[in-house]
Structure formats: C-alpha cells, structure tokens
Design a protein around this ligand. Structure first.
Ligand code: FAD
Length: 412
C-alpha cells in the first residue's frame, strides 16, 4: 500500500462507517474506509429500531438487508413480575417505517459493508488507524496486518470506530459519561422456546423481580436462537459465582418469566462481558473531523438505540460534509453536533428515567392514553429527533407529567 489522497477517510466499517461511506460515494466523493478487523466479526447490538430503516434505504442497502432472512421485528415487550406490556412500533406518532429486524451483527454489518463496496466504496480490511496529524489537512497513519505502514491525506476524517474510539483517544476528547458504569454479560442461546404465546417479533426486556435497575434482553433471531444478556451496576453482579456462563444463567433464572421460557435453552456461544461502556466526548466535530455513532457518545443499551444513533449521525454528518466539500462554510456545532444531540438527549431522558424507575411506572401503567402511548412509542421506535413530537420537544417535562399521572393512579 502506498500513500493516497482522498476526500474522506473513514475509520471503521460498522453501521455508521458503511452508511456514511455509501452516502458520500453516491455524491461522487472519493472515500476510503479503514477497518482493522475482517468481516464477519462479532458485534453486540442486535435489536434494530424502525427509524434506522430510513438510513439503510437512503444508502441503497434496503434490498440486501431485506433479502438476508433476518428476524422481523415490530415492537418491544416489557415484563416486570406479573406485568407484561407491549409497544407496537407501527402504532406511533411519527411517520416512517414501523418495522425492522433483529440481526446477527456479524452478518448484518458485512451486508452493509459489502453493499457499500459493490457501490464502489474502497474498504481496506485488516488496516488499523494508529495516528492522526491535524496540523494542516488531516494525515492518517495506517498499519496493515503484515506491519506495512502508509499515510492517507484526506480533506476530512469520519471516526466510525465504535468502542475503538480512535479520535477521542488520540485527540484527548474523552470525558466521563454522566451515567454510572454498568456491566453486561451476554451470549447466544438455542432457545427451544415451546411457549406458543411468546412473540418472536419483539425484543423482550425483563426487569429483575427484586432490583428494578437490573434488566435482561432477549432478542429472538430467525434461526431458533436468541441473544440474551443482563445489565446491572457491577456491585449487583459481584455476588454471582462461577464461570461467566454460570453467572449469566444464575441471574437469568432469578427472573421467573425467563426461567420458565428458557427451561430447555442451550448456550451456543461463549459468554462475554462488557464493562463501563457508557462514554462521552468534549467535541463531536470540527472542520477537520466528525465522530459518528459510538465513537462519540454512547448512552446505554436499554432502548436499543445504538445502531439508530450511529446511522442517524452518519446521515447527518454526510449531509453537512457534502456542503463543506462543495466549498460552503459549515458550522459543525450548529449543523451537526447540536441537532444530533437533540435526539441523543431524548434517549438520555428515557434512559435515566428507566433506571430511577419513573419510566418503568409509565411502561407498566395499565390505562395508558392511546395518543400519549403513540408519542412515547415513536421514541422507542427510534424517532427521537422528531421535534413535532411533544415528548421529543420537551422530553423531560412531558415525561414527568405522565409519570405523575401514572404514579397517582396505578403505582407498580
Ligand atoms: P461499531 O459497529 O462498533 O464499528 C466500529 C468498527 O471500527 C469496528 O468494526 C472496529 O473493528 C473498527 N475499528 C476500531 N478501531 C479501529 C482502528 N483503530 N482502525 C480501523 N478500524 C477500527 N445497539 C442497538 O442498536 N441495538 C441493541 O440491541 C444494542 N445492544 C447493545 C448491548 C450492549 C451491552 C452494548 C454495550 C451496546 C449495544 N448496542 C445496541 C450499541 C451498539 O453495539 C453500537 O451502538 C453500534 O454497534 C455502533 O455502531 P458503530 O458503527 O458506531 O460502531
């Protein structure tokens, strides 16, 4: 590999990198994607939100995703003790897709990246970005697996490196998240679920019967397998004994609904754990770089918002960058960072209210007002940037009004 000149260098070929690369390439920009791994590779984050389908379509990837045979998804189900409630994502306030998929991310991410490559995007696998020089136009130092090194001169860098967080680390942009550190333990199971009432078209979020801030995901796939995981503050998991698999199964069986549902399940993948994944940055973009998806802020997995935020950021950054590359003046804070954070902060309101119990009281409220439920459903379906939705425009105030109503009438 020799040195090259491009318009845009993108670090990482996950969802945010692949979508951004495709959108820029379609507008005639020379893009190169550097990806340190080889695809397919495992990634966590398997439950998509319908809002993300818009970006997949915008990038010309909808056909390929629809043909892949992933598990159809039309909503989310929540269980706490004997309370079970569902959100149907087609019954929502904001216009736009109401269904999506539950995906094995290795396959899904490969489909997006391969489709971008078919469109003509240059992707180099096994190439790691080690260093950046922003003194003049950006210069990116890359190393290959066989220890070759080369440099890329780019007009702009998009950091789509996910938890790799390449630019936040190299440019010292990292700041602590305002959410407490949490841990997740997860795996894939052959679920052998015989309960015919179990709805495979929805993610099931279950709450621990004694600790309302411990929760589990169960994400059915189309091949009789599920992704299962638990999320909690580390001190609440410290009592668990044995291997990771034993720890996960012990805590899964503490929730009677999951214990019953998964009585014949078999673990088919090595259990893994992630700790302290919530992250934040001091700067999301300047006129030389922008952070996409998880390379910017990552909140929490409870509402499956990660891939949607990643794709939304890719779409917004590509639109802003096209203006800059065409010679227009761009204010990255006003045109990219602030509008992106509007939606991220909507999710933040709901994440915080989930853990302090307020939003759980709303979710499990029995006499929900249908119009209000549609507005909340829009946010759970990923439409967290739709400021026509009062629950986006004034997320904290509106949510607290509903919380008060639910807690007065039907405390769970
Ligand atoms: P990624 O998909 O992480 O891609 C980044 C890529 O960059 C990787 O392929 C990596 O190899 C590459 N890279 C890294 N460093 C370098 C380097 N130096 N040089 C070159 N390449 C590099 N989201 C959901 O939408 N739904 C869920 O159900 C969900 N569940 C989650 C559960 C947990 C426990 C956690 C922690 C997260 C979850 N998420 C979920 C979030 C989701 O995983 C991420 O938000 C999503 O993968 C972000 O996509 P991305 O494109 O930003 O980065």
């Amino acid at each position: 590999f020799s040195n090259m000149d491009v318009d845009v260098a993108i670090i990482g070929a996950g969802p945010s990198g692949a979508i951004a690369a495709s959108l820029l390439h379609q507008q005639g920009k020379r893009v190169v994607v550097l990806e340190k791994q080889h695809f397919p590779r495992f990634s966590i984050g398997e439950s998509l939100l319908p809002c993300a389908m818009q970006f997949i379509e915008q990038a010309g990837m909808l056909d390929a995703v629809e043909k892949a045979g992933f598990q159809f998804k039309n909503g989310a189900a929540f269980r706490y003790q004997n309370n079970y409630t569902t959100f149907d994502f087609t019954d929502k306030f904001t216009p736009g897709p109401g269904t999506t998929f539950q995906v094995q991310r290795g396959e899904f991410d490969k489909i997006l990246a391969d489709t971008a490559a078919k469109q003509g995007v240059e992707i180099h696998y096994g190439h790691t970005v080690d260093h950046i020089d922003l003194t003049h136009e950006p210069v990116i130092s890359v190393s290959t697996e066989d220890a070759q090194q080369y440099q890329i001169n780019a007009k702009f860098i998009l950091d789509a490196s996910g938890f790799g967080r390449v630019l936040p680390r190299l440019l010292d942009l990292e700041i602590p998240s305002n959410l407490p550190p949490r841990s997740a333990i997860f795996t894939h199971i052959e679920d052998n679920i015989s309960d015919s009432t179990f709805d495979r078209n929805k993610i099931l979020i279950s709450v621990h019967p004694q600790h309302k801030d411990i929760w589990y995901w169960l994400i059915p796939f189309s091949n009789n397998r599920c992704s299962i995981g638990v999320v909690a503050e580390p001190h609440l998991l410290a009592r668990l004994q044995g291997t990771l698999e034993q720890q996960l199964m012990t805590i899964v069986n503490e929730e009677p609904g999951l214990n019953r549902l998964l009585s014949d399940a078999k673990v088919v993948q090595e259990c893994a754990t992630l700790k302290g994944y919530s992250a934040n940055v001091s700067t999301l973009a300047t006129d030389k770089f922008a952070l996409l998806g998880n390379a910017g802020e990552f909140l929490d997995p409870v509402f499956s918002s990660g891939v949607t935020i990643a794709m939304q950021s890719a779409s917004m950054a590509a639109a802003t960058l096209l203006k800059q590359l065409d010679g227009q003046h761009v204010n990255w804070q006003e045109e990219y960072a602030a509008p992106l954070m509007k939606g991220v902060n909507t999710f933040r309101t709901y994440v915080q209210a989930w853990y302090d119990g307020r939003f759980q009281d709303v979710i499990f409220y029995q006499q929900a007002n249908p119009a209000i439920k549609q507005m909340i459903c829009s946010i759970l379906a990923g439409y967290a940037w739709d400021t026509n939705n009062p629950f986006v425009a004034e997320s904290e105030r509106r949510l607290n009004t509903v919380v008060a109503l639910c807690q007065d009438n039907d405390p769970v």
